[in-house]
Design a protein around this ligand. Structure first.
Ligand code: MG
Length: 331
């Protein structure tokens, strides 16, 4: 009897030269610098032997999902989301779970995911370069369902309800441009009056517990602007989401909450509790504002969270990554 030959790995044709790879650029035309981004994408695609990129602009009515779907239908190899956090989130919503690579060119003021991944936030040319020539990682995506809807939304960095979401919809844009995340703190202080809501939380299908809370925040990775680390030890590829409940008591209670953020969770203030989990269910007595990666989505009374580990392929720059963000630094 003849020994069976080792099965040969199927080898795909090299993806270079004409008729090879193609990128799509999903771009928010309202941002400044879009012409430069578009020409950088076309130039690098040409230099590296990619086909002429597909360029699709987002609109107010469709801030990224429809364009990303169009790119998937066209069979592109890479979708570059150029815009603010909203554009990135909407494109990711469509690409999560697919096998298509995503990259980002930050053109907003927040750029939450880019900051976590060391993608240049003030140098679109460098971000475009990393989109084509960087390395690839897989990151977790957290799916959120509001009020038992049929479809879910996603977030990549953080979700919040209550206090935190109120901040996002109330932050003055002019201030946000000047001082970044400090604007969120300012909005937080202006939002101080208000009462806690009774909230029931269940983590990983466990026994629900009740708290009087001002906010619940979900995190997929730890940092927001200025290196402020909201979720200590959170990583974007550990298959876990982080949940923080915030229950300040009285006006001075917020000082404890802020202190907790600034000391990276080391303070033992009981007004903030942290959980790590795969799924979570949150039921509110009264509907509260919900935000995902800074996008206000309106009010909801019931939320489910589910982490889908490694469900988004992402291009990012070569080089050492903060171990606070990803589980393993690159070689
Ligand atoms: Mg995580």
């Amino acid at each position: 009897m003849m020994a069976a030959a080792a099965p040969e790995e199927p080898v795909s044709a090299p993806d270079t030269g004409s008729g090879g790879r193609r990128a799509a650029l999903v771009i928010n035309p309202v941002k400044s610098g879009t012409d430069d981004v578009r020409s950088a994408v076309e130039r690098i695609a040409a230099e590296d032997g990619w086909d002429t990129p597909l360029v699709i602009e987002t609109t107010e009515d469709d801030p990224g999902r429809g364009q990303a779907r169009q790119a998937l239908e066209a069979g592109v190899d890479l979708v570059i989301a150029a815009g603010g956090d909203g554009t990135v989130r909407c494109v990711a919503e469509e690409l999560a779970g697919s096998d298509t690579l995503m990259a980002l060119v930050p053109l907003g003021t927040g750029n939450l995911l880019a900051r976590n991944l060391d993608i240049a936030v003030d140098d679109p040319g460098a971000a475009v370069d990393a989109a084509f020539r960087g390395t690839e990682r897989k990151i977790d995506v957290v799916h959120v369902t509001l009020d038992r809807a049929d479809t879910s939304h996603v977030f990549l960095v953080m979700a919040g309800l209550g206090f935190d979401a109120a901040i996002m919809s109330d932050t003055r844009d002019d201030l946000k441009d000047k001082v970044g995340w400090l604007a969120y703190v300012d909005a937080g202080i202006r939002n101080l009056p208000g009462r806690p809501t009774r909230v029931r939380v269940s983590v990983d299908g466990g026994e629900p517990f009740e708290r009087h809370l001002r906010s619940v925040m979900g995190g997929n990775c730890g940092k927001i602007m200025g290196g402020l680390e909201i979720f200590p030890g959170a990583k974007i590829d550990d298959g876990l989401m982080d949940l923080m409940t915030v229950a300040p008591s009285g006006r001075l209670g917020w000082l404890g909450v802020l202190g907790n953020l600034f000391t990276r969770g080391r303070s033992k203030d009981p007004s903030v509790e942290y959980f790590q989990c795969h799924t979570a269910e949150v039921t509110l007595e009264e509907p509260l504002e919900v935000q995902l990666d800074g996008d206000p989505l309106g009010k909801a009374k019931h939320l489910t969270f589910e982490v889908k580990p490694y469900s988004l392929r992402l291009r990012m720059p070569f080089g050492y990554k903060d171990p606070a963000v990803v589980s393993e630094p690159l070689p």
